[in-house]
Design a binder for this molecule. Structure first.
Ligand SMILES: NC(=O)c1ccc[n+]([C@@H]2O[C@H](COP(=O)([O-])OP(=O)(O)OC[C@H]3O[C@@H](n4cnc5c(N)ncnc54)[C@H](O)[C@@H]3O)[C@@H](O)[C@H]2O)c1
Length: 402
């Protein structure tokens, strides 16, 4: 991560970056927190303004706007995009609306932040990546919300891999385990419906770990071999509003049309091997994203449930003293941490969204290509498609489309 452009200007003198956000439940709340906080922690070249929040229910969106600090409310994302006092559209809706909103926002001259997975299909993601590239030529930026790149410990891991501390990579081992679907009576929310979510654990959790693995490795997966399963095929229908991972069930049932778990192995272009596990049925595991990289000179290991720590084994140390050691990633020269608390005063999940907003504001102000870009989101989408294709063909090794 490069050093931020320091401005030392009073906040009021900085040009505003007026954000309009669509969706205000789980991710909408997290992104609101990011936008509200970022300018108070980091010295930014532009001043984020929470200009408008968009939902579909006028009363509910107005209440949410007040609660989360947005100046105005809209009930149609098209009206939000049509406003000339909005510079950036932040998409926090389920995957079925990502492409339509992002394409319209880019066409209207807005910068875009879109939650992951970028889209529900490769075709949608291709159109989005094409539109983002054309928009970049016009001075607009588009970023996809793989926020786990922005945990200081994973950003440090990336830095150490790029410095060559691991040497040639041999293994990348990743799991992302949750358990909120263990109860077969949990209702059929949008995450369990293919037409809305695109896929199940694969797109929800697998997209994160594919992105993180490729980002940390510094290279793309060339092919995969996969198994997927749907353990509970019918669930009660939800009643009323559902948000994030919570819902109440009512009478009647419906079909689950996505995977409940996805396991796959992969091969990186360099020949390194990778394994992935994404499930919402790992009883007792809440948000357990774990990644380990083994290289010829050393290893790194990270666990999101202990997110201020990075474990490092230096293979060059004498055997008698060698071992994994814990790096407490809270020092000012660790990524993002010069702006936060004194060493040892750790950060949490929400800070990844502050860092995401920070990096995006810099990309907008400096006209630089944001990471992860829509092209990165498309590449992840191609991996997800290869996983689905492999799983349909009894795990046959399936190349990732170039
Ligand atoms: N980065 C992460 O760690 C992370 C975590 C959870 C979810 N996500 C992603 O964020 C997105 C949203 O997930 P969530 O958990 O916030 O879902 P959610 O159900 O909590 O919220 C979705 C919101 O979108 C709104 N919405 C849906 N369709 C809309 C439309 N056409 N117009 C306006 N508003 C609309 C809903 O009313 C709701 O406010 C998904 O793409 C998901 O994969 C990312």
């Amino acid at each position: 991560m490069g050093q931020p452009q320091q401005t030392d200007r009073p906040e009021a003198d900085k040009p505003p970056l007026r954000v309009g956000m669509v969706g205000y439940a789980f991710m909408g709340t997290a992104h609101s927190q990011g936008w509200r906080t970022v300018g108070r922690v980091f010295d930014l070249p532009r001043r984020p303004v929470l200009a408008a929040l968009c939902g579909r229910d006028a009363t509910a969106v107005r209440a949410a706007a007040d609660r989360h600090g947005w100046a105005s409310a809209e009930t149609d994302w098209r009206a939000l995009i049509a406003r000339d006092d909005i510079d950036l559209v932040d998409i926090c809706t389920p995957g079925d609306s990502h492409a339509e909103i992002a394409l319209a926002a880019l066409a209207a001259g807005k910068h875009v932040l879109c939650e992951k997975p970028l889209a529900n299909t490769v075709a949608e993601a291709e159109a989005m990546a094409r539109a983002a590239e054309a928009a970049y030529e016009r001075g607009q930026v588009a970023m996809v919300g793989f926020n786990y790149r922005r945990v200081p410990a994973t950003a440090l891991a990336r830095r150490m891999v790029a410095e060559g501390r691991l040497g040639a990579l041999r293994h990348v081992r990743v799991t992302y385990l949750q358990d909120w679907l263990v109860d077969p009576q949990f209702p059929l929310t949008w995450r369990l419906r293919k037409e809305i979510a695109g896929s199940g654990s694969l797109g929800d959790l697998g997209a994160h770990i594919v992105d993180l693995a490729q980002h940390l490795a510094g290279e793309d997966l060339a092919g995969v071999s996969a198994l997927t399963e749907t353990f509970v095929r019918e669930r009660p229908l939800p009643v009323g509003a559902t948000s994030g991972l919570s819902a109440v069930s009512a009478v009647g049932t419906g079909q689950v049309t996505v995977d409940d778990a996805a396991l796959f192995t992969g091969r990186f272009a360099s020949g390194a091997l990778a394994s992935f596990e994404a499930t919402r049925y790992a009883t007792g595991r809440k948000n357990a994203l774990r990644i380990e990289l083994n290289g010829e000179h050393g290893s790194l290991a990270f666990d999101l449930e202990r997110l201020n720590e990075l474990y490092y084994h230096d293979g060059g140390e004498p055997g008698a003293r060698a071992g994994f050691r814990r790096i407490l990633v809270t020092e000012p020269d660790h990524p993002y941490l010069d702006a936060w608390w004194p060493p040892g005063h750790g950060l949490g999940y929400e800070h990844t969204f502050v860092h995401q907003a920070r990096d995006l504001v810099h990309a907008v102000a400096e006209g630089s290509r944001p990471e992860p870009s829509f092209a990165d989101g498309l590449q992840v989408q191609r991996v997800l498609a290869a996983v689905e294709e492999s799983a349909e063909k009894n795990s046959v090794y399936t190349p990732v489309a170039a």
